[in-house]
Structures are given as structure tokens and as C-alpha cells.
Design a protein. Structure first.
Length: 189
């Protein structure tokens, strides 16, 4: 992970404020063909590695909540039994997204995260409009490495919570917890 300082923070802030005002809509044709759709934030220069400042995270979490509400209004009449959620990542905030799935993909997305942990949503998001309307669960965000890959990582990942496991083919692997992801789901009726 790079520890370089992001230059031009005010310029980035203005650009992100403008970009956050443009809502996204689900791609209905894609959803009908593939049974899922999502809109991932990205957030250059913090695309994957790195956590944007608090103001950026709150801005984009608000945008995800707004998008989720618009997706809900548009999709529930068409697909009453759908999976609709926000995945809010901690360390890799740029991976945060609105996700929807129907039919057989609905079950896949409903169970793609392992067991929930009793960790509340971070306080910085708890007062955002729409947060209380969702059911939030916390899940460990993990990376999986072969033993050789893990040895090459050095101290950064070896200090993190990690454990031995097996790939589906029976080979050894190491699972490293890199952070948390909070899943905010629309309560089912």
C-alpha cells in the first residue's frame, strides 16, 4: 500500500462533489440477461488501495444510499423478490458498490459473504440519511494466498489476522483478513 500523499486534494474534492451529483441507474437489459447488476465507485486516486479522507467517504456513502433508494423504486415493481444491497468497504473503500440480483443470482449474492460479525457500522456513516432504513451486517474482507505468495508479502500481511486453509482442489493456502465490509440490505417484506 502506498503511503504517498495525494496532491491536489481540493481539486479532487470539487471533482468528486460534481461527480457524486450524477445518479446511476440499473442497466435493465443487463439485469434481465445476466440476473445481476452493480455500480462500483472506483474513486481515483483511491481506487483500491488506500482510504479516502472522511469527507470523501461520507459523500460517496450518501451517494450509494441515494442510488440504492432509486434502484429500489425502479426495480421492486419489476422484480419483487430481488437482492438489493450496498457493500461498504473499509480499507478498500473504492470497491464499495450498490448490488442487485434476481432469480438464481439472488441466492449467490445473498450468501457470497461468510458469517456476519457483531461489529456495528462505523460511526461516521450512522447519521447519513437512509442508513437506518437498511439492515447492516459486518463481514471480514479477506485475500487468499498460496504459501509462496504469502512468504513474499513480507511483514505487512504477516502481522494481519491470518489462518491456514485449503483451496477447493485440496492445496494449502493462507487467508489474510485485510479489513471489513458492511452489507446494508433492504429489509425483505
Amino acid at each position: 500500500m502506498s503511503k504517498k500523499r495525494v496532491r491536489g486534494l481540493r481539486r479532487h474534492w470539487r471533482r468528486h462533489q460534481q461527480r457524486a451529483t450524477v445518479p446511476t441507474a440499473p442497466d435493465l437489459a443487463y439485469l434481465a440477461e445476466y440476473n445481476y447488476d452493480y455500480d462500483q465507485l472506483g474513486l481515483a486516486p483511491w481506487t483500491v488501495h488506500g482510504r479516502p479522507p472522511l469527507a470523501f467517504r461520507r459523500l460517496w456513502a450518501t451517494r450509494l444510499l441515494t442510488d440504492l433508494q432509486q434502484w429500489r423504486e425502479q426495480l421492486v415493481p419489476l422484480y419483487p423478490d430481488l437482492y438489493l444491497a450496498i457493500w461498504l468497504y473499509d480499507i478498500r473503500f473504492g470497491l464499495s458498490q450498490v448490488v442487485t440480483a434476481i432469480e438464481e443470482r439472488r441466492l449467490y449474492y445473498a450468501h457470497c459473504f461468510k458469517e456476519a460479525q457483531p461489529i456495528p457500522l462505523p460511526i461516521e456513516y450512522q447519521d447519513l440519511p437512509g442508513v437506518a432504513d437498511l439492515t447492516w451486517t459486518a463481514h471480514a474482507e479477506v485475500d487468499v494466498f498460496t504459501p509462496d505468495e504469502f512468504a513474499e508479502l513480507g511483514k505487512w500481511d504477516s502481522r494481519r489476522n491470518h489462518w491456514r486453509a485449503k483451496f477447493t482442489d485440496g492445496n494449502d493456502c493462507l487467508v489474510v483478513q485485510v479489513g471489513w465490509v458492511w452489507v446494508g440490505r433492504v429489509p425483505t417484506t
